[in-house]
Design a binder for this molecule. Structure first.
Ligand code: ADP
Ligand code: ZN
Ligand code: ZN
Length: 741
């Protein structure tokens, strides 16, 4: 797999034989394909090809696009020639190939599939034309004193725009003047304009607010000399985003590109607008999941060619090629959406740190509730620690009230105090948020006579009642059915929804406060990215009194008028089988609470719980993020959980549980040979059945990364063989650093 393979001895120097008709030696390249095989394939190439060239090749009965990853001198295989070299693009860059190689190695995933995960879909297929880059123009020194004739209104508009900063010959320019292209070229020829590079265009920055002393100290504290990793640990509303913007401005001013990774749910048009407003002339691309394949590929190419200077995106954006990378920011670094849950199970935060190291650039991980992994890295001295302890707008952190609901009669899931808090908010004209992390009407439909509960026929899960759609729905496999009129088990017509979901809370609020303007925000109402824009506008315009929603509402959003938060049904996270559940619950509640009181009004938060004395709630009330993290870290260390140890999870599923278990037992026998590695299980997964398949898992654990990975490499080589006797019934996957057990 290395491109500096020794050249073949030149045949001309060998004794000529009767069969030797070719004067030049064959070129043999190694090609990686998007196939689930952990190897590369040799082909004859028409000429030496550097690693990173895309090619078209016959692969069995199919013609597939592959990526050249190396060249070899000889091959034991019968070789076929490549069908085509797709050279309309330059070879994929070396540092990008190195990143994908590292990811393939670290996550023990086939190199070919890793490459094709990292490559935009539109580039996975043959051939595409390279994009033309629009030229960028800026006023020249001579142009500063010039002006188009006063009659030409549209020319004046175009000129006025140029006075604000560099302009690319794109849709914006053509909207200002249909003949923008011709005019700009004329003005360039006349010397009024100069053509500038995207890097030069990126340097104009709109002014931001004056930094607080604390922010200033943090901004100045970043070292730009080579690689460094910094945990920016700042309470909600402390102005972390403002700090990122300052650092990004510095990176852009130094002629570097910046990469900002944000959680899935945060990449809203508002966030994009905030960045674009600060860097109005910076060629920026936004890589979110709603982007069409073509647009994603264009953005990717723009970044690769250095035309895009600022890249904002969700986890997949960590694979964007950035030849002049100078800064990476990972916002809300604790967020679970940075971990991919299928295929290449990578963690974008961890790859971001690796990339920064490779690029010799700083990486900043920001959060109000840092992951224990990052806190541990600070304690171990691997990350620097920067802190923002006060809210930027001089607002205080919200006051948190724990509502003990053990001996209370709840009305539609809300205690009297919670109802009162909302009524007071309405009377005062303040905006309130009711948080319940469950969509639908009720989590389950029940028969009070025989105890029947609505369950998914394919999963070990309850069917959720969705009243508005008149159906029962599985949130795991998508199965749905109509609501039965009577108990399927005993015929009793009296079926009762148990518990609350967002729909039911919304209905209860509308009944109680008929005059209030209420919006529900969950995956059923806000499925598209654009829907955020409307909600954001309504909240800011003061057109909403109460928002009811799931964790979609918890993160990132900055609604200055929102002063009250009521959190319902959070306790579930306290008795989960997953040891990370508490960490996640604390982060979620801190984020939700952090929505309150960001503007002029002081924030108040009411949390209903059956465990008001639980350390999690006490820490939440005291805003003691560091103390809470310390307690969990100590617990994890004594129980032998990450980050004190390193884990990998081998998952298997099959129509029968026995199949999955038998496979894992076999693997376990082998894993037992690796002394430093503990294997736990196999055991049924916490969700033992999903979409009609039984699931089991084997947990591998070690105190250091190296022995774990050595064992995984050894195991990986045998997994296909061990799986073979079970045939196609068995599926397995390996998850390194699993986030969910
Ligand atoms: P975080 O990302 O830490 O939650 P933000 O950067 O969103 O915080 O800042 C919270 C609010 O404070 C925003 O409305 C932001 O505009 C404002 N803000 C941030 N820094 C300053 C500052 N130095 N002066 C005034 N307002 C600020
Ligand atoms: Zn019944
Ligand atoms: Zn299901």
């Amino acid at each position: 797999m290395n491109s500096s393979a020794k050249p073949l001895p030149h045949k001309a120097s060998l004794p000529a034989s009767a069969t030797d008709v070719s004067a030049t030696p064959p070129v043999i390249v190694q090609v990686a394909f998007d196939v689930p095989l952990d190897r590369v394939f040799d082909y004859l190439a028409p000429r030496p090809l550097p690693a990173g060239v895309r090619v078209l090749a016959q692969f069995g009965p199919r013609k597939l696009v592959g990526v050249v990853v190396g060249q070899v001198a000889a091959s034991p295989h019968q070789l076929r020639p490549l069908l085509a070299v797709l050279d309309e693009l330059p070879p994929l860059p070396d540092d990008w190939l190195a990143l994908t190689r590292f990811a393939a190695r670290y996550y023990h995933y086939p190199l070919g599939q890793t490459l094709f995960t990292a490559l935009p879909t539109a580039l996975r297929n043959p051939p595409r034309r390279a994009l033309a880059m629009p030229p960028v123009y800026a006023l020249s020194e001579a142009g500063a004193a010039w002006q188009p004739p006063a009659r030409a209104a549209r020319q004046l508009a175009l000129w006025a725009r140029l006075r604000q900063g560099p302009l690319a010959l794109d849709d914006e320019a053509r909207a200002l003047h249909p003949q923008a292209g011709k005019l700009l070229r004329e003005w360039l020829a006349a010397g009024w304009l100069a053509q500038v590079t995207p890097a030069q265009a990126a340097m104009t920055v709109s002014p931001g607010p004056a930094l607080t002393d604390e922010q200033r100290e943090v901004v100045d504290g970043l070292s730009w000399a080579g690689f460094s990793a910094t945990l920016l640990d700042g309470i909600t509303g402390s102005g972390k985003t403002e700090v990122y913007l300052q650092w990004i401005a510095q990176a852009l001013a130094a002629g570097r590109q910046a990469l900002v990774l944000v959680p899935e749910i945060n990449l809203t048009p508002q966030l994009e607008a905030r960045f674009r407003a600060r860097f109005p002339h910076t060629p920026t691309v936004c890589l979110h999941s709603n982007l069409a394949d073509g647009a994603r590929a264009q953005a990717w190419l723009a970044a690769w060619e250095g035309r895009a200077r600022l890249v904002i995106g969700t986890r997949l954006a960590v694979f964007t090629p950035l030849p002049e990378l100078g800064l990476i920011v990972v916002d809300e670094e604790h967020d679970g959406s940075f971990k991919q849950q299928d295929g290449l199970r990578y963690h974008a935060r961890d790859l971001a740190v690796w990339r920064a190291q490779q690029a010799g650039a700083p990486v900043v991980l920001g959060s109000a509730t840092p992951s224990l992994e990052s806190v541990a890295a600070v304690q171990a001295g691997r990350y620097r620690h920067a802190r923002l302890t006060r809210r930027a707008s001089a607002a205080a952190l919200p006051q948190i009230h724990l509502l003990d609901i053990r001996r209370q009669l709840l009305d539609e899931g809300l205690s009297a105090a919670a109802w009162q808090a909302l009524a007071d908010g309405l009377a005062a004209g303040e905006t309130s948020l009711v948080f319940i992390n469950r969509r639908g009407w009720a989590p389950v439909l029940a028969c009070v006579d025989c105890g029947w509960l609505s369950s998914c026929p394919h999963c070990a899960a309850r069917l959720v009642l969705h009243w508005h759609d008149r159906r029962l729905q599985c949130h795991h496999c998508g199965h749905h059915e109509t609501i039965p009129h009577a108990c399927p088990s005993c015929g009793n017509p009296d079926l009762k929804p148990l518990g609350q979901g967002t729909q039911r809370i919304e209905a209860a609020l509308r009944r109680q406060f008929p005059q209030a303007r209420i919006a529900r925000i969950d995956r059923d109402t806000v499925s598209r990215r654009d829907a955020w824009a409307e909600i954001d506008r309504q909240v800011r315009a003061g057109e909403l009194d109460i928002l009811v929603g799931t964790q979609m509402l918890a993160k990132g959003h900055d609604f200055p008028s929102l002063s009250r938060v009521v959190a319902l049904n959070a306790d579930g996270g306290l008795y989960s089988a997953d040891f990370r559940a508490e960490e996640r619950l604390f982060a979620l509640l801190t984020q939700v609470a952090g929505r309150a009181g960001r503007g002029a009004l002081p924030g108040q938060v009411w949390v209903q719980t059956q465990f008001p004395d639980h350390p999690l709630y006490l820490a939440l009330r005291e805003h003691d993020v560091a103390g809470f993290a310390q307690r969990l870290l100590e617990e994890r260390a004594s129980a032998g959980y990450p980050p004190a140890v390193f884990q990998a999870l081998l998952r298997a599923d099959a129509p029968e549980l026995d199949t999955a278990m038998a496979f894992l037992r076999e693997v376990r026998q082998y894993a037992a040979c690796h002394g430093d590695v503990l294997s736990l299980g196999p055991a049924p997964a916490s969700m033992a059945r999903l979409a009609g398949r039984e699931r089991a898992q084997l947990l591998l654990q070690a105190e250091r990364r190296a022995p774990l990975h050595a064992a995984l490499s050894a195991l990986r080589a045998g997994l296909d063989d061990w799986a073979r006797p079970f045939g196609s019934a068995l599926r397995w996957s390996l998850d390194v650093d699993p986030q969910e057990l």
